[in-house]
Design a protein around this ligand. Structure first.
Ligand SMILES: CC(C)(COP(=O)(O)OP(=O)(O)OC[C@H]1O[C@@H](n2cnc3c(N)ncnc32)[C@H](O)[C@@H]1OP(=O)(O)O)[C@@H](O)C(=O)NCCC(=O)NCCS
Length: 208
């Protein structure tokens, strides 16, 4: 971690962030991933919620999000639908929740604590802004080897129960998130049959 620098998004980093996004989600539909134009819009809309990790000039990690209200009685949504145009168009500064739209670490830089630090920065922001917590769609990217034996919702239930380990979902559980549901058609990705796990982290100190 010694040479790594963490900070907020600036527009000049947009192309490098978009490139990282495609490397981090190689099986997802690129049309649904954050593009350079989307990230440029984030730099204008809510750069405080978009954290970037750099190694020199290279962007090696990023965690993005917007503020919104969320209806837990009707939780089904897609990434594109809930986040709006440029995946940040639905940002509402008065929203109760930070919705994590993206977290990605360069495959060459994983397992060094970058992901955890990005989550810590998000949690600090939530506490500072007095929001209720973080919501996201967790990507069950370890599903493929289990395809013959179970569906993605069954796999997510096994990971939630601690009987299977998923690189992304188990990591998110260790960051204090709870899997509270399954989202259908969330992000077009043949590796996950388009599913995601609805995950929630509750702030310890919200006043609302
Ligand atoms: C999920 C993701 C962001 C995690 O990023 P990361 O930087 O590798 O995360 P960390 O290094 O903080 O932690 C990952 C694991 O490495 C371990 N780790 C951290 N530092 C370590 C070190 N120095 N040595 C060995 N292991 C270490 C952590 O304990 C953690 O293990 P665990 O999951 O068993 O608890 C990354 O794997 C990724 O980009 N995945 C693809 C994109 C994706 O699916 N994003 C999530 C969408 S919901």
């Amino acid at each position: 971690m010694a040479d790594l620098a963490f900070g907020n998004l600036t527009a000049d980093l947009a192309a490098r962030c978009a490139d990282l996004e495609r490397r981090a989600f190689p099986t997802a539909d690129p049309a649904e991933l954050l593009s350079e134009a989307d990230i440029t819009a984030y730099a204008e809309t809510f750069p405080e919620g978009f954290f970037v990790c750099r190694d020199g000039d290279a962007v090696v990690g990023q965690g993005a999000g917007i503020l919104l209200d969320f209806d837990f009685d009707h939780p089904q949504h897609t990434i594109a639908g809930i986040t709006g145009e440029h995946q940040c168009g639905n940002h509402d500064p008065d929203g109760d929740w930070y919705y994590g739209t993206d977290i990605a670490v360069d495959p060459e830089y994983r397992r060094r604590g970058i992901g955890r630090h990005l989550y810590d920065l998000r949690k600090d922001l939530v506490r500072r802004l007095d929001k209720r917590g973080i919501i996201a769609g967790g990507h069950p990217d370890g599903y493929e080897p289990h395809r013959d034996r179970m569906s993605v919702p069954e796999y997510i239930a096994e990971v939630a129960a601690g009987r299977l380990h998923d690189n992304t979902l188990s990591f998110q559980i260790r960051q204090g998130f709870e899997i509270v549901g399954v989202l259908e058609g969330y992000l077009t990705d043949p590796a996950t049959d388009d599913y995601a796990a609805l995950i929630v982290w509750l702030s310890e100190t919200p006043s609302r």
